[in-house]
Ligand binder design. Structure first.
Ligand SMILES: [Zn+2]
Length: 388
């Protein structure tokens, strides 16, 4: 019974087994070995996949993504969620959080309802792990491309509680410098929701307080936050130095210069970095003008901007982010990939189940050839994408 993948370069967190083999039963990796599989395994497994010595990599986990292929989670539509999940597996992403942005309460509830209904395994797509609330409790001075009129503080407790009511909410990103938001940080921490600082003007001292309260993640480090200054190190200074914080990084070389990516890597290592796409509905579509959150945007060579030039999310895939980051930081793939698989899993507390090729974990993986092409992607033991 089960599925055997053999003759692969298997990327485990500790080493690369080359060649190696991996056995899957139902949705779980049950055994991993070096060399050729034992004859008994070869005989008894029902499905055998010869990996032709290509790289077998852990499925990527995108914690911060708004959409792709013309669809967004704010559309509050099951079909949109399926289309995005099916696009993701073509790029090696096997699990993700659906990210919302600042909007009226009713709009957010509608989006969260749709995410809650689709929560879990999606047919022929990546697993929807839950929701990431990016706002609305942010600093209007760091709105970025978020609609400023919907940015507010968590003064209405009933409203905020209704947004985090569903157990599938995994990350709440807010501006931790506002005392009105302190209670929400405490409530999220007590419920096991990862709290991120994002779209924030916090000082370094305010970040120390926030981390003491339990803030553990920075929403797209360097973007929409107080920058590093030698007299006021800001949120970026906190991300560069505080071991409690993991830093999301949009490694598209537009949001963050390759040198800044390298600096963050040199200070924090891959363990301090979580690669995210922050991709919007234009991802996967050709260059041109589109409407994003009711406003026109221009897409040109992977850059997505409002007409005034403000960056409006990205057109990035996590697959490309991984390649960009490895190059910018000067690290080999086996190390860089941890920032797109194991560390995002740790950031939301699911590393016992996902994030690496190890016995006992979900069979979330993909096979990549020498040229970086993804040959197939498997989610929870099922092949959901094959390159034609
Ligand atoms: Zn975002």
């Amino acid at each position: 019974m089960g599925t055997l993948i053999w003759n692969a370069q298997i990327y485990t967190p500790a080493e690369i087994l080359s060649p190696g083999w991996l056995l899957i039963e139902n949705r779980t990796i049950t055994r991993i070995g070096r060399g050729q599989p034992p004859p008994a395994e070869l005989e008894n497994t029902h499905e055998k996949l010869d990996a032709a010595h290509h790289r077998l990599l852990p499925g990527l986990i995108d914690l911060h993504i708004h959409g792709a292929m013309g669809f967004e989670f704010m559309d509050a539509d099951l079909h949109a969620i399926e289309e995005i999940a099916q696009f993701l597996v073509q790029h090696g992403v096997t699990a993700f959080l659906a990210t919302t942005w600042a909007a009226p309460h009713a709009t957010l509830l509608k989006a969260l309802d749709a995410i809650g209904n689709a929560y879990g395994r999606i047919r022929n797509g990546a697993t929807l792990l839950g929701a990431y609330l990016e706002g609305p409790y942010m600093n209007p001075n760091r709105a970025g491309a978020q609609a400023i009129q919907f940015i507010r503080q968590a003064t209405n407790h009933e409203e905020a509680l209704s947004l985090i009511h569903h157990e599938m909410v995994k990350v709440v990103s807010l501006a931790p410098e506002f005392p009105e938001n302190f209670w929400l940080i405490d409530t999220c921490v007590s419920r096991g929701i990862t709290v991120a600082a994002g779209h924030t003007s916090a000082t370094y001292e305010q970040m120390q307080v926030a981390v003491a309260r339990g803030v553990r993640l920075l929403t797209h480090c360097f973007n929409a936050m107080s920058p590093f200054h030698h007299r006021e190190p800001g949120v970026v200074g906190a991300g560069m130095t505080m071991p409690e914080l993991r830093c999301e990084l949009i490694a598209d070389n537009v949001h963050v210069h390759p040198l800044a990516q390298r600096i963050l890597y040199q200070l924090r290592g891959c363990e301090g970095i979580v690669l995210v796409s922050d991709s919007t509905r234009v991802t996967g579509l050709p260059d041109g003008q589109y409407i994003l959150d009711n406003r026109p945007v221009q897409v040109k060579q992977g850059k997505v901007a409002l007409l005034d030039g403000t960056l409006a999310g990205s057109g990035l895939t996590l697959e490309q982010a991984l390649k960009n980051f490895a190059k910018a930081a000067g690290v080999p793939l086996e190390e860089a990939i941890l920032s797109a698989s194991l560390y995002p899993a740790r950031a939301i507390g699911i590393a016992h189940q996902k994030g690496s090729l190890e016995p006992g974990k979900d069979a979330d993986l993909f096979l990549m050839d020498e040229d970086g092409n993804i040959l197939f992607t498997m989610v929870e033991g099922k092949i959901v994408y094959r390159r034609s």
